[in-house]
Structure formats: structure tokens, C-alpha cells
Design a protein around this ligand. Structure first.
Ligand code: PLP
Length: 393
């Protein structure tokens, strides 16, 4: 692996002083680029007053007000330390609130490393889930049902069979953890309708998508209100943060008001909050989203044209400032299609890019992130290097 030493704006520098234009952005949080002055300044100033108090502090209120005003479906919110914690706590809350135990998740969506979320549905709908990771008790996963992404009919069948037992459906509203897979028209609406009809909760995992395409969530952008939303990444601006929230009557079931326990020694610590608040405020003030989208579109259109002209099996999928080059002919709409990609070709492409100063997320099944620190020259350099890389294959 490459060991990085320093990040500055759009770039990373490794221990051998090689420079890379970074399109991984610490897996997404750094939408403002590395070491953004407003974020670093907020962290530095806050740290001088102490790293953690173990009590309530004003920054928690400031963050809660920022999040609830940016995301209308968030009536109450709780801070935690990672996206994984946000998901784990939201699912426990859903089970406690509904007094049901089953959770539906979608094939190819990633929700952090909670035991019962580390599942593959390789064997398909309504069959026993298979754990992806060793070290997980079968008991931890047998209450989880895997559904294929972008397949409303399959979800209808699951609800017809298990409806009364389903506590929650959790979904990445735009899937980012099998590469970028966009929701088909009507897919999220069907999930909302089925969960409401069956009195199950809908959880949008917006750890990647929160503040990604606008200074709010994707759910709010498309006017679908989930019962609970999970946040992380951008909300912490590069510091360890997660958050989950939603309707007040559900959130009030959390301890100390209610019977669902949740706690964390460093949750809501002022330094992490300072980074998150500075990041979100900068996004609201500077509104870089149009420029991010323009760069994403430029990459997609140029790469797709190039692939077509050269007869390559390659499709770039982009939305806002995130994109994936899929080594297959068409944009995939679910995990099975994603798995058809030529990963050997991806590996050659990735190696070439890395050797030529472009740092990408190191898997076919991931996103690449454009930040507001990327210049037009950075985007051009990505495109020109990618063209050369693709011709090596
Ligand atoms: N949910 C989604 C959609 C994610 O992409 C991730 C991490 O990539 C997580 C949850 C877990 O977040 P964390 O790595 O902060 O625990």
C-alpha cells in the first residue's frame, strides 16, 4: 500500500514525496478537499479549549440545529462517532420502536461493519443470508433479509411473506458501495409505500449521500421522508462522526427518555463537531454543488465518448461530484450486473492511474469523489491520464 504523509487541497503526498491528485477524498468526507482552512481553523481553535468534556456542550446544540434545519425529516438527532454506529443505533431503535426483529437490506449496499449488516445475498431473494465476514454468529444474521436493489417486485414479495415481522428497511438511496448505482424511477417510492403500509420503518443510510449533492440529504432532494436517517462522512468533515435522527416520537424511545439504550464516551465531542459544523456551514455558504456536478458530467461525457470511439466495454456513471468507471458495456442497476465487470481491467487501469499521479478509490466497487478543491486542470489531468490508462488494457 501507498503510505500518505500529507493532504493539501485536491492533492495527497506520499512518504516518498510523490504527489497524487486525490479522487478518494478519505472515502468521501473531504468534499472541501484536504486541510481546508475553515475546517482546520475550527479544529485548532476548539482543541485549545479541550478535546472532550463528557458533558453536554453548545456545539452539540449548534450541530443539531444545523442538521434539523437542513433536513426537514430530522426532528431530533443524536451524534455518534461513525457511520457504523449511526446505523447500528438506528436499527436498534427501529427494533425497539416497532417491537419487531427483522431487517431488510439490499444486495450490494454497505452499512458499516455491524455484524448483521455484513451480508451478501449471492444466493438470492428469500434464501438464507450468507455472512461475508468470518467471525459472525449465524444467530446475528438470521433476522436479516436481503433484497435485490432496484427490484420493487422482489420487495413486495418479501413484505407479503414477512410484513408483520419487519422492523425496518435500510437502503442507500443512491447506492455507492457497489460503485455508483442510481435508484430506478419509483424504486425508493415503492419502499416508502410498502414500509408505511406495513408499519415498518424506512431508514435512509445517507452516510455517503448526506450533503453530497446539495446542502441536505438525497431523501429531502427527492421529497421522500424516511423515518430515520443515518449520516457520517461529510457531516464530520474528516473527523470521526456519525449521526442518526428522524421523527420525534421514534427518537424519544432512545435512552434516557426511552428504553432503547445508546451511549458513547466521545460522542458529540467538540473537536469533531467543530470540523463538521465548519464543513456544513462552508457548503451552505459557498454552494459548490453546481461546479461539482459540472466536473462529474465532464468526466462522464468525455470518458463515455472515448470508450465508444475506441470500442471499449466501459461505462462511466456520474452523479453530482461522484462517479465510477464500470468495466462493462452498460450502467449496472444491481449487484449482479456490477459483478459482471472485468475487474482485471479495472486493476490495470487503477495501477496505471496511481503510477501517473492519480489516486483513486482502490476497487471497481467504489466511488470516486470530486471535491471543491479540484481545479479544472485537475479534472483535465484525470481525463487525459484515464484515456492513456484505458488504452493499456
Ligand atoms: N453507511 C454507508 C453508506 C457507508 O458508505 C459507510 C462507510 O463507508 C458506512 C455506513 C459506515 O461508516 P463508517 O466507516 O464511518 O463506520
Amino acid at each position: 500500500p501507498i503510505y500518505m504523509e500529507k493532504g493539501e487541497g485536491s492533492c495527497l503526498f506520499d512518504v516518498d514525496k510523490n504527489k497524487y491528485i486525490d479522487f478518494c477524498a478519505s472515502w468521501g468526507p473531504l468534499i472541501l478537499g484536504h486541510a481546508h482552512p475553515a475546517v482546520i481553523d475550527a479544529v485548532r481553535r476548539t482543541a485549545l479549549d479541550g478535546l472532550s468534556f463528557g458533558t453536554c456542550s453548545e456545539k452539540e446544540v449548534e450541530m443539531a440545529e444545523l442538521l434539523t434545519s437542513a433536513i426537514p425529516s430530522l426532528e431530533m438527532v443524536r451524534m455518534v462517532n461513525s457511520g457504523t454506529e449511526a446505523v447500528m443505533s438506528a436499527l436498534r431503535l427501529a427494533r425497539g420502536y416497532t417491537k419487531r426483529s427483522k431487517i431488510v437490506k439490499f444486495d450490494g449496499c454497505y452499512h458499516g461493519h455491524v455484524d448483521y449488516m455484513l451480508l451478501s445475498a449471492g444466493s438470492g431473494l428469500l434464501t438464507s443470508p450468507i455472512s461475508n465476514s468470518a467471525g459472525i454468529s449465524p444467530n446475528a444474521v438470521n433476522e436479516v433479509i436481503i433484497a435485490p436493489y432496484n427490484n420493487p417486485r422482489a420487495l413486495e414479495k418479501i413484505f407479503a411473506k414477512y410484513g408483520d415481522d419487519i422492523a425496518a428497511v435500510i437502503v442507500e438511496p443512491v447506492a455507492g458501495n457497489m460503485g455508483l448505482v442510481l435508484p430506478d424511477k419509483g424504486f425508493l417510492e415503492t419502499i416508502r409505500t410498502l414500509t408505511s403500509k406495513n408499519r415498518s420503518l424506512l431508514i435512509f443510510d445517507e452516510v455517503i449521500t448526506g450533503f453530497r449533492f446539495a446542502p441536505t440529504t438525497y431523501g429531502n432532494m427527492v421529497k421522500i421522508d424516511p423515518d430515520l436517517t443515518c449520516l457520517g462522512k461529510i457531516a464530520g468533515g474528516g473527523m470521526p462522526i456519525g449521526a442518526f435522527g428522524g421523527k420525534a416520537d421514534i427518537m424519544k424511545k432512545l435512552a434516557p427518555l426511552g428504553p432503547v439504550y445508546q451511549a458513547g464516551t466521545l460522542s458529540g465531542n467538540p473537536v469533531a463537531l467543530a470540523a463538521g459544523i465548519a464543513t456544513i456551514r462552508t457548503l451552505i455558504e459557498e454552494n459548490p454543488y453546481k461546479d461539482l456536478e459540472k466536473s462529474g458530467k465532464q468526466i462522464k461525457e468525455t470518458i463515455d465518448d472515448f470508450a465508444k470511439n475506441k470500442g471499449l466495454d466501459l461505462k462511466c456513471v456520474a452523479k453530482g461530484g461522484v462517479f465510477t468507471l464500470f468495466f462493462r458495456q452498460d450502467a449496472p442497476s444491481n449487484l449482479n450486473e456490477v459483478k459482471e465487470c472485468d475487474t482485471a481491467k479495472f486493476a490495470n487501469y487503477h495501477r496505471f492511474m496511481s503510477k501517473n499521479g492519480i489516486y483513486l478509490s482502490p476497487s471497481q466497487f467504489e466511488l470516486n469523489f470530486i471535491s471543491s478543491a479540484h481545479s479544472e486542470a485537475d479534472i483535465e489531468q484525470f481525463i487525459e491520464t484515464a484515456k492513456k490508462a484505458l488504452m493499456q488494457n
